[in-house]
Design a protein around this ligand. Structure first.
Ligand SMILES: [Zn+2]
Length: 358
């Protein structure tokens, strides 16, 4: 998840005027469009869609062609988050471009169903955790959040921003009374920030979460190797899990390894506990999303992971809605764990479970 904001010297994202306040210089705007082109989806708040009426399309033909050559739609998917559901289907967000469109709302919005996929949180407030999880299930990994202030704050507040691109126009100040929404970003002291000037703008590019991709992929490949030891069954998935503790100990498990009701994560956790390992802060890599409900055991793997204080969970494939509707990734993220999905290994997990996909 990348956050991108352009603000005035006094921290405003927009002014109180009727039109759109242009903060970025042409060179900065071109850089933002390149950033967009490298993402899978772009997210904005409903206020931004109502006020600025952006199409959020990629206008650069070269970028569009590059995306098409990679087998992607020329436009990135776009998403909007609304609390009120007041969005007019004739807005450019809904009418322009060939992108997939998503609307996140606490409630269903029947009048938008012809122009977008409406994802309701069934009366609950829309959270960044839910947005990230629902988009990820639909194949969207690299999400660019462009504002406004409330939407940017939602992602920062829930700790879901991996990178922030914060662009300040030092020559543009609105002064008190003229500013609209303010957005101030102060990078945490430990966050590495790369700073550069682009066409008169001062840009800070800050990394809020260290990239664990290499370590997670290595753990997931081990987990998938473990899953191949399972005996295929018509009633459960073949899953493998690998735990890495903070002090470098490693424990593995696979479905039904020691008991006909044990899941992979449970097997690995049991081995770690038997060895006296400290699981607080540990990482667990599971070939499939940890389950969130169990009939044959008192606790789901999600509950076990939470109870033992794991800090990070990586998996390769969201559990299909075959046996139950799994909410593991959502619940783990809601509890504040760093949860990462690596769909590039998903096909391998499907292959291990080919008996269930026949
Ligand atoms: Zn499980």
């Amino acid at each position: 998840m990348i956050l991108s904001a352009a603000v005035t010297a006094d921290g405003y994202l927009d002014d109180n005027g009727p039109g759109r306040l242009v903060i970025s210089t042409p060179g900065d705007w071109a850089a933002v469009l390149r950033l967009r082109a490298g993402c899978d989806a772009i997210l904005v708040g409903a206020e931004t869609v109502r006020r600025d009426n952006p199409a959020l399309s990629l206008r650069d033909d070269a970028e569009r062609a590059r995306r098409a050559a990679r087998g992607l739609r020329p436009d990135l998917s776009k998403a909007v988050v609304t609390r009120s559901g007041r969005l007019d289907p004739s807005l450019r967000f809904f009418t322009e471009g060939d992108a997939e469109r998503y609307v996140f709302s606490p409630y269903d919005i029947p009048e938008l169903e012809a122009v977008a996929t409406v994802i309701s949180s069934e009366g609950a407030p829309v959270t960044a955790v839910r947005i990230v999880t629902e988009l990820e299930k639909r194949g969207i990994r690299r999400l660019l959040v462009e504002g406004g202030a409330q939407t940017l704050g939602l992602f920062l507040g829930e700790g879901l921003a991996d990178e922030v691109r914060y662009a300040v126009n030092p020559r543009l100040a609105l002064g008190s009374g003229r500013g609209g929404a303010r957005f101030r970003f102060e990078p945490p002291a430990a966050a590495p920030c790369r700073r550069e000037s682009i066409d008169g703008m001062e840009i800070a590019f800050c990394t809020l979460h260290e990239d664990t991709t290499a370590e997670d992929l290595a753990g997931l490949r081990e987990a998938i190797a473990e899953s191949r030891r399972c005996t295929p069954s018509e009633t459960s998935y073949c899953v493998g899990a690998v735990i890495r503790t903070c002090d470098g100990r490693r424990f593995t498990g696979y479905t039904h390894e020691t008991s006909a009701t044990h899941h992979a994560e449970q097997e690995a956790i049991a081995k770690a506990l038997a060895a006296g390992a400290e699981l607080r802060g540990a990482a667990i890599c599971s070939s499939m999303e940890p389950c969130s409900q169990r009939a044959s055991e008192p606790e789901s793997c999600t509950q076990l992971i939470l109870r033992h204080g794991f800090a990070r969970v990586a998996f390769a494939l969201y559990e299909p809605d075959r046996f139950v509707c799994c909410r593991g990734a959502l619940m783990l993220r809601e509890a504040g764990l760093d949860v990462r999905c690596y769909p590039e290994l998903g096909e391998e997990v499907r292959a291990v479970n080919a008996h269930l996909w026949r």
